[in-house]
Design a protein around this ligand. Structure first.
Ligand code: BEZ
Length: 277
């Protein structure tokens, strides 16, 4: 069984952009692999069109996207025309992400994506609607699995990418219904004595009947905090000035690539400007 934090299994595949080795194809990027039951089906067409329109948002976040459907490459090429039309694109526009062919359901079986309740006309099970998110270290970070009859929400996929990239970099966690720019929670492992240095924009502790001070809110980290990196410890100054030293600088174990940090900084600063205008 694949567990969060495991290295995502590598595979080779034939796609609409040629043969790929998945890990090589990912390179230094984050990756999203999303699967579909079948070509020329209504819900799938709306989903692939939505992803097509969201490609610039994924690029900003240093995320490569790749689809998968059981049918042949020839069928995928024909289907891409419908998807482009539904997305409001010109037919001469290049389809902006590859789609994997998985005729024998080998990959679907390997990654646990088969839906035994949805069969094609020859009685073979179709793939369910899976999404896998993989980080630049090739670690499996998140997945969702929907049945064929329920289309996914790709705004939610962008939202969780924002949360993963933010919480890799700064010691916060994102609460219910969070969106980039909203208030965050300080991670439970951060000691109280480090709060003022690590979260200079302030921390408010929500009083609760238990009397426990675990619900600690802080404004969404600034671009500067992204760049500085996250830290659980404070380095002691040797200068004897008495002033609190800055938190340790350095990448977190899963720190996003530089391009991601830049993108995150762009998004946070942009949102902050928007809020104050
Ligand atoms: C669809 O994409 O619309 C779909 C595919 C398989 C079963 C049900 C719906």
């Amino acid at each position: 069984m694949l567990l969060l934090g495991d290295i995502f299994p590598n595979f080779t595949a034939t796609t609409t952009e040629g043969d790929i080795d998945f890990h090589e194809w990912l390179g230094e990027s984050w990756g999203i692999l999303f699967s579909h039951p079948s070509d020329f089906t209504p819900v799938c067409t709306t989903e692939l069109a939505r992803v097509l329109n969201l490609v610039p948002e994924f690029k900003k976040r240093n995320v490569k996207v790749i689809g998968l459907s059981c049918d042949t490459i020839a069928s995928h090429f024909d289907w891409c025309k419908d998807i482009k039309s539904y997305a409001g694109c010109n037919d001469d526009q290049k389809f902006p992400y590859p789609i994997i062919e998985d005729k024998e359901r080998n990959l679907a079986a390997k990654l646990g994506m088969v839906d035994k309740d949805e069969l094609d006309t020859s009685g073979m099970p179709l793939t369910a609607r899976a999404v896998f998110i993989i980080d630049p270290k090739k670690k499996y970070r998140l997945s969702v699995l929907y049945p064929a009859t329920t289309g996914r929400n790709f705004d939610e996929i962008l939202r969780v990418i924002d949360s993963l990239q933010l919480t890799d970099k700064v010691k916060v966690a994102t609460p219910v219904d969070w969106k980039m720019g909203d208030e965050c929670m300080v991670q439970p492992t951060v000691p109280e004595e480090n709060l003022s240095v690590m979260f200079p924009q302030g921390v408010s502790i929500v009083p609760l009947p238990s009397g426990k001070k675990y619900l600690r809110k802080t404004p969404c980290p600034t671009a500067e905090q992204y760049i500085r990196g996250r830290s659980g410890s404070v380095r002691r100054s040797s200068g004897g000035s008495g002033a609190m030293p800055p938190p340790e600088i350095g990448p977190a174990p899963n720190a996003p690539a530089a391009a991601t940090v830049k993108a995150l900084a762009f998004i946070v600063v942009g949102r902050a400007r928007h809020r104050h205008s």
